[in-house]
Structure formats: C-alpha cells, structure tokens
Design a protein around this ligand. Structure first.
Ligand SMILES: Cc1cc2nc3c(=O)[nH]c(=O)nc-3n(C[C@H](O)[C@H](O)[C@H](O)COP(=O)(O)OP(=O)(O)OC[C@H]3O[C@@H](n4cnc5c(N)ncnc54)[C@H](O)[C@@H]3O)c2cc1C
Length: 369
C-alpha cells in the first residue's frame, strides 16, 4: 500500500464511520448512556455480516471501537465517556495503542516509559514500538510508569494522549510484507492532563487487562487468514485438487475452519451473558494463529514454484504471498502464541505458574537492559 492509497483508505474509513454514526449503526451493542444503540451483541453481529457484503470499511477504527471504547466504558468517568466515545463512533478520532516498548513486549509490565506529576499534568518521557497506525492516529491509549518503588504491576498508569501533543515523534517501521503498518513512537517531555488518566493512578495494569482481553477477542474473532473457499479454488485452478496429499491438507484446513466457527460461538455465548472476554479469547487467538500458519504454508505449497513469485508476477497478484507473510502479524501481535499458551496453562488448566522472581521486587531494583 502506498502512502497515497493508505491516506485514501483512512479517509474512506472516516467517511463510512460517520455515515454509520449518523444513522445510529455505530456502537450497536454499546449501552445508550455510552452513546451506543443499546442493541445486543447478536444484533451487532448480524449488522456486521450484512455490512461485509458491501465494499465499505471502517477498519482503522477497530482499535477505537474494539479496544479503547470498551475500556473507557468499563473504567472511564462520565466526562471521559461523553468526550471520547461519540468522537470515536463518528469517525473523528482514530486511536492507536502505545503499550509495547523495546524492552517490554510479552513482559508488558516491565515497561519503562515514565510519567512524573507536575501539578495537574503528567510529564512523559520514553519510547514505544510496534504501534500500529500511529502515523494516522489522533489519540492513543498509553501505559506509563508512575511509581518505581513498588513491584512492576503496581506502578503503572493508563492515560489517554492526544497524538498531536508537542514532544511526540512517530517513525515508521517497514515489515516483511513491504508495508509500514507500524511505528516507533518517541515521547519527549510530553505534557498530558491528569484528567486523562483512565481508572486510578498506579491502577493501570487492571485497566490494561480490559484492553488486552478485547484485543485478543478481536484478533481471534476477526477470521484472519485465507478463507477455505479461496484455498479450494486455488487447488482446483492449480490442477492439484486430486492430489491425495493436497486433499488431506484441504480436509485439515476445512476442519480448522469449522472448529474456529464453533469456538467463536462459545466466545459469543460468553459476551451475550454480559461477561468480559475470558481465557477463551486466548484459545481463539491461538487457534487463529495456528490456522494462518498452516493455511499460509498450504497455499504456497499448492502454488508450487509460483509460490516464490510476488506481487503482480504471482497468481492472483500475490494475494496468497501477502497472506503467508502476514501470518506473523497475527501470531505475534496482541500476545504471542507462547504467551497465549502460558495464559491457558495457568488460568484454564491450573498448572503451576512460571517462576516470576520479579513479581515482588520494586521496579527500580529489577535488572534492566
Ligand atoms: C502486527 C503487529 C502489530 C502490533 N501492534 C501493536 C500496537 O499497536 N501497540 C503495541 O503496543 N504493540 C503492538 N504490537 C507489539 C506486540 O504486542 C508485541 O510484539 C508482542 O507482545 C511480543 O512482544 P515482543 O515483540 O517484544 O517479543 P518478546 O516479548 O521479546 O518475545 C520474543 C519471543 O520470546 C517468547 N517469550 C517471551 N516471553 C515468554 C514467556 N514468558 N514464555 C514463553 N515464551 C516467551 C515470545 O513468545 C517470542 O517468541 C504489535 C505486534 C505486531 C506483530
């Protein structure tokens, strides 16, 4: 995607999101007092299914409506709800997530970006990395360290920052697909009002869990990867649909596809009960990760030598190559496969937790790179 085509896509998303809001189809399952339509999750899903039949997208608002919005609904003050929720629903504010740092990805609680209070402002210094869409975002959810004298999970604050604040520098990172989807973000003496803290000062870890749970559900429920019908079509048009090995792999792919459908029914049943995303979000994310990896391998195996081509030289303009390369986004973003397994081992199977000697020591006494 070129800079121009990305800018056009962002504008199309803003325009479509504005149309949705103007007709009360944005925030369908959010409560009315949170500026939503007050309908059910099931009704929101029906709308999404119908919407998918049209060439429209509000994709750049996924972080806003899928992650920040639910977090503000769960932890925000009424003033925060009234300011931020309508503006993300109407296409005005695109959001990004300033969580990961060069030294804090899987170990997110080890983050070092620090905020020092100065009257009614926090002054923030540090660096974030892998920030999807930071280059076109208006606002960000930011995790900062506000107390280094307590164990690492207890000194974190969740704060909302205007991406146009002085002192924020965004630098793009080019990834394996050739696109620059994410960025490094440098924060130098950035002043953020204390009123923008979401939840309690030093209580940000709990607030972040709401965001991360919603992120896992969103990635797991997003149906990422190659649709089964596309793979079948590829096998037929490549003349290998009768190959016994390919048939066996296609059957496995179909099984994965069906299992994911049932897993997502289970996740939806939980949200219908009004429960927040639980460990089944990790099951879903892991299942989607395994699927994109296996289906990516299968697609390129079916293409044979053509699998080595790219872009317009490759079959279907390199669609399968892009999907193959994109698998690592799904497998790493929102928590790696290994981390999802840790979550499942500890929270679902009740296995002994990993040794974590750093859980009780003050953050300032931990060894740092
Ligand atoms: C496409 C994409 C988009 C992203 N967007 C954003 C974004 O918008 N905002 C944001 O804040 N972050 C974003 N991220 C960052 C993402 O959350 C991190 O990459 C991820 O959490 C892993 O952290 P890391 O890259 O630092 O890897 P590390 O944590 O350094 O992990 C390296 C390897 O060690 C393994 N590992 C680490 N700890 C353990 C453990 N305890 N047990 C077992 N194995 C372990 C990991 O599984 C991994 O294989 C994005 C990442 C991707 C790929």
């Amino acid at each position: 995607m070129t800079n121009e085509s990305e800018a056009a896509h962002v504008q199309e998303c803003r325009d479509w999101q504005a149309v949705l809001a103007a007709n009360s189809w944005a925030g369908i399952a959010w409560p009315k007092e949170c500026h939503g339509r007050g309908a059910t999750i099931g009704q929101a899903r029906i709308f999404a299914q119908e919407e998918s039949h049209f060439e429209v997208s509000s994709g750049v608002f996924m972080v806003a409506t899928g992650m920040v919005g639910p977090t503000i609904i769960a932890h925000g003050t009424q003033a925060q709800k009234d300011y931020f929720l309508p503006r993300m629903l109407n296409g005005e504010h695109i959001w990004c997530q300033l969580f990961s740092e060069p030294g804090a990805g899987s170990d997110l609680a080890g983050l070092a970006t620090c905020a020092v209070r100065d009257g009614d402002q926090f002054i923030v210094n540090g660096q974030k990395v892998w920030t999807s869409g930071a280059h076109f975002s208006d606002w960000a959810m930011l995790l900062v360290r506000t107390d280094s004298d307590v164990p690492k999970h207890r000194g974190i604050t969740y704060i909302l920052v205007d991406m146009r604040s002085p002192g924020i520098t965004v630098r793009p990172l080019r990834q394996i697909t050739g696109h620059a989807h994410f960025n490094e973000v440098f924060l130098t003496d950035v002043s953020i009002p204390v009123a923008n803290v979401l939840g309690e000062i030093n209580g940000g870890w709990g607030v972040a869990q709401t965001t991360l749970g919603n992120e896992r559900s969103m990635i797991g429920g997003g149906g990422s990867g190659i649709g089964f019908k596309s793979l079948l079509h590829l096998a037929r048009t490549s003349g290998c649909a009768n190959d016994p090995i390919v048939r066996q792999e296609l059957a496995r792919s179909y099984t994965r596809f069906e299992l994911l459908g049932w897993l997502s029914h289970r996740a939806r049943a939980r949200s219908k009960l009004g429960l927040p995303p639980g460990p089944e979000a990790s099951v879903m994310k892991l299942a989607v990760s395994e699927r994109v990896a296996a289906d990516g391998d299968l697609a390129l195996a079916i293409e044979g030598a053509n699998g080595m081509l790219t872009s317009t030289d490759a079959p279907q303009d390199g669609m399968f190559q892009q999907m193959f390369l994109n698998q690592w986004s799904v497998r790493i973003g929102g928590g790696t496969e290994q981390i999802q397994r840790n979550v499942l081992g500890e929270r679902v199977l009740g296995l002994p937790s990993e040794p974590r000697p750093d859980k009780t020591l003050p953050f300032k006494d931990l060894p740092h790179n």
